[in-house]
Design a protein around this ligand. Structure first.
Ligand code: SAM
Length: 320
């Protein structure tokens, strides 16, 4: 199938003219799971464990055993994983630095009917890992994309945080420099749901301090080394966690999970006015209002009205 047949790259089974139920047949299901001979052609995005090897799925093993080609972020890392399951397969590197070179080759492989699997070092590919550009190219060229879900540190962190899980926003890694980090936090401060971030241990205190500054003292959890021997979750508020990391710095890989801006955490009038007065001088009314709306958890429209009132106070009555 080429792009003109299928501009948004829908799965061919969904468009199949001879089947009314939009479901893959049992045979096709088997063929995309690797259980019945050669896999269907397509790009298989395969999740691998984030720590505990036994979190690999049976279907991931089937697919890694059967795929015509496997691309891996770090071939040595994936080779070790496969050796644990007695799978021997040739691996080709696919990482952030060779996407431009690899994508046309992979498109040719897909066009010639090959099953191509992509794995990252750990967890789900594309989630703060390489693969998005490849998936986009595959979709644009009308190739099938088959998700093979499994572990992801983002979801494992959310589970152990005990914070609301009905609505959440995955924000990935924050910028390493404080000013950029604060701007990025300001942009998502008003998201009405739990926030999830990836972080390394080395600057966790600075990140938590910036979060406290921009988001306020929200409920939060720090989950580290998930599914590994030293798995640990610390729960509390951002200020508790900050104190904790100063006295007992956490090692290893970390997910930070932060509660959304509920009413309790919305800024009061005095906080809003103080922030607006500072920001209006620097940014002007419109941009100051947008920034403070993001930080305060209040609606942009209300903050803009307040910013205008501060900028142009109503004239005093001259009747006295
Ligand atoms: N794609 C991966 C996934 O779906 O889990 C994430 C890859 S990202 C490059 C690596 C980051 O994920 C780490 O810096 C850390 O923030 C988080 N992470 C990965 N494994 C983890 C673990 N076992 N425990 C806690 N965080 C983890």
């Amino acid at each position: 199938m080429n792009t003109s047949d299928n501009p948004i790259g829908e799965r061919s089974q969904v468009q199949s003219p001879d089947r009314g139920d939009l479901q893959p047949s049992a045979d096709e299901t088997a063929r995309i799971s690797g259980k019945a001979g050669p896999l269907c052609a397509g790009l298989y995005l395969v999740a691998t464990p984030i720590g505990n090897l036994r979190d690999i799925t049976l279907r991931a093993l089937d697919i890694l055993q059967s795929a015509d080609v496997i691309y891996a972020e770090d071939t040595r890392q994936t080779q070790k994983l496969l050796a644990n399951f007695s799978i021997s397969a040739a691996l080709t590197p696919y990482h952030d630095h060779n996407t431009a070179k690899r994508i046309p080759i992979i498109m040719e492989q897909l066009s010639s009917g090959k099953s191509v699997a992509l794995v990252s070092d750990a967890g789900t590919p594309l989630i703060s890992d390489p693969g998005f550009k490849l998936a986009r190219a595959a979709a644009q060229n009308g190739h099938d994309i088959i998700p093979v879900p499994g572990a992801s540190a983002a979801i494992a962190g959310l589970l152990t945080s005990a914070l609301p899980s009905d609505r959440f926003f995955f924000a990935g890694f924050l910028p390493p420099k404080s000013a950029a980090r604060k701007t990025a936090l300001g942009e998502i401060a008003a998201v009405p749901g739990t926030l999830i971030f990836f972080e390394g241990g080395s600057r966790i205190d600075k990140t938590l301090a910036d979060m406290l500054d921009v988001l306020g003292d929200r409920p939060a959890a720090l989950a580290r080394e998930l599914t590994k021997k030293f798995e640990q979750t610390r729960r509390g508020t951002l200020s508790n966690l900050l104190e904790g990391v100063k006295s007992d710095p956490p090692r290893g890989e970390i997910v930070l999970i932060i509660g959304g801006p509920d009413e309790e955490h919305k800024w009061d009038e005095a906080q809003i006015d103080a922030a607006l007065i500072l920001a209006i001088d620097e940014l002007g009314v419109k941009r100051a209002a947008a920034q403070v709306a993001q930080q305060s958890g209040h609606k942009k429209r209300d903050i803009y009205a307040r910013a205008l009132a501060l900028k142009n106070p109503a004239p005093k009555d001259n009747l006295e």
